[in-house]
Design a protein around this ligand. Sequence first.
Ligand SMILES: *Cc1c(COP(=O)(O)O)cnc(C)c1O
Length: 458
Amino acid sequence: MEFKTVIEPFRIHSVEPLKLTTHSQRKTIIEKAGYNVFNLRSEDVMIDLLTDSGTGAMSKSQWAALQNGDESYAGSPSWQRFDSAVKNLFPFNNVIPTHQGRAAEKILFSILGGPGKVVPSNTHFDTTRANIEFTGAKAVDLVIEQGRNPQSLHPFKGNMDVEKLHDLIEEIGSEHIPIVMMTVTNNSGGGQPVSMENIRETSQLCHRFGIPFFLDGCRFAENSWFIQERESGYSQVPISDIVKEMASLADGMTMSAKKDPLGNIGGWLAMNDDTLAKEARRLLILTEGFPTYGGLAGRDLEAIAVGLTEAISQDYLDYRIASTRYLGHALHDADIPVVLPIGGHAVYIDARSWLGHLSPLQYPGQSLCVALYVEGGIRSCEIGTVMFGLQPDGKEVPAAMDLVRLAIPRRTYTQSHIDYVVEVCLKLKDIITSLPGYTITSEPEPLRHFSARFAPLV
Ligand SMILES: *Cc1c(COP(=O)(O)O)cnc(C)c1O
């Protein structure tokens, strides 16, 4: 690129005022919130990097499309537009709308899961894993070794370990593996991409054993951008063709439209198998609704249909990845430890290493989250011992890593917002060794990280 500035390929059309707070106000607010950023009112947050899920800005075309929403119960034209927009990129025979990605997962695994079944993936997202385990089946993560090392610079750290998958199939028998999933990009692994070669090899292996191969396609557009950037033979291939090639290797997919499809809500389940689709539609009616709207209003279907065309725009994706990278590299250049290479939708700070004066059971990630809020009004998300440390037997063990995720909502913050985030992190550098550890004062199970209350250790 000729210029260094990440110019946003849009200008502001309607603004959402941010309430600016002071350091001393935030100290009081976070204390009242039990030192848990999930307990904050969002209006007390200045830069909200809690998640990129459903938090992006819609374009004026999407807002205009809402007015085309046809709320007919069955056979609405909004459904036709949604169905065509999805099939244009993912030409599966059956598209089944749902209110979110997890609803698609719930339906899929209610049919294919059950005790004695094993569902492999590169890395299951937590709702995917939870939906699989809820049926009594086992969820297995088979990401390549480099994907587990925060410092490895492998270009496709989201790749499946195809050899391990092969061994697993041989060991337990294909009849116990009803489906293989592939998460693109690999969210839980740091938003790391999967190569087309790896998708193809995984697909071929599955098909050799007669196992259906599905994509968890939430960040399909970002993954395609990385293929275009890093995989030989793809630098001149348009994003839409890369998406279609990924889809052609799969038998179906689950999707959260709150991610790359640029919706605030929505999702779908898609597949070629008509028998499976018939069963899925039967379950859909029980919880989501009629097959031409799923859990969605006609206007949501319209917004997603338009969002899908914008998600594959080269200018948008160039900006999207560049702006995430901009933040990540600024932190890295300042010797703040981050997971490398920088992924598509978030920057992950290695809090265990940065707050080396705290032991994992003093929750270094939680401490950093609190400090980011108090110093700068920034909301982030602990992904570490608070989230994963509590074992089913009530024992507490350190998680594999203590990370703090700065997730970037799509098209929402400008470069000056991000410069501000960098500045706050630089300021934290000076006081990092004085940040306290935390103890949990109350923790409702399960998923304690959402509502636990903390106190600083003095
Ligand atoms: C968000 C997400 C889901 C679940 O989607 P929801 O819309 O939040 O239910 C599934 N898989 C991945 C990879 C995700 O990022």
